[in-house]
Design a protein around this ligand. Structure first.
Ligand code: GDP
Length: 196
């Protein structure tokens, strides 16, 4: 599946302008700069099909990538970027919630957090909201190469505890877009949900 040719399809801000829901899709959520674009590039084996940057909040749209004729990967706008005006943030929030609730072909939401930090309040709110709405999701922990294996395991245990307090049990996968640890596991997870 992942050896097929990927293509950038379009950017949009609203559900109504998403491509026709004819094939399954998986989306990536998480705060700005957490590493979503780098992850998409690593999964698709491309250096820069998804735009990566050091400027948080630059990706303010939903970006659609199509893998062969099989499925879409969707990069959601990163949240938690303080410099974006409140009104605009609220509008994205509404747009994203309506996408997550109503997108028919959405099979899995991959929520990316930074392996070096505890989940933020916004991350926790997101976990809770996903569980309340019975949406299938998993937690991916980025930049695992920046800390020791021991620290990665501690972070993973912390995320698991936070989820458990909310009675949520979902896969948690640490990875590195740099050294590619965990990338194959994430591909397998995506395949599993797309073939469901
Ligand atoms: P996005 O805003 O969530 O799309 O984040 P980006 O993919 O643009 O990544 C933000 C910054 O983190 C960039 O400088 C990336 O090179 C860096 N980055 C992303 N993933 C990793 C990773 O797994 N390991 C390391 N060391 N750096 C990463």
């Amino acid at each position: 599946m992942f050896n097929q040719k990927p293509a950038f399809i379009k950017s949009t801000t609203v559900l109504e302008e998403c491509p026709p829901p004819e094939i399954p899709e998986v989306c990536f959520a998480g705060r700005s700069n957490v590493g979503k674009s780098s992850l998409i590039n690593a999964l698709l084996n491309k250096k820069k099909i998804a735009r990566t940057s050091n400027v948080p909040g630059k990706t303010q749209q939903m970006n659609y990538y199509k893998v062969g004729d099989d499925f879409y990967l969707v990069d959601l706008p990163g949240y938690g970027y303080a410099k974006v005006p409140k009104k605009e943030r609220e509008r994205w929030g509404q747009n994203i919630r309506s996408y997550l609730m109503d997108r028919q072909n959405l099979k899995l939401v991959l929520h990316v957090v930074d392996a070096r930090h505890d989940p933020s309040r916004l991350d926790e709110d997101f976990f809770y909201w996903m569980a309340m709405n019975e949406k299938p999701f998993s937690v991916l922990m980025s930049k695992a190469d920046k800390i020791s294996r021991n620290k990665v395991n501690q972070s993973k245990a912390k995320v698991r505890r936070v989820l458990k307090e909310m009675n949520i049990e979902v896969p948690i996968i640490p990875y590195s877009a740099d050294n590619r640890d965990g990338i194959e596991e994430i591909r397998s997870l995506i395949k599993e949900f797309i073939n469901h």
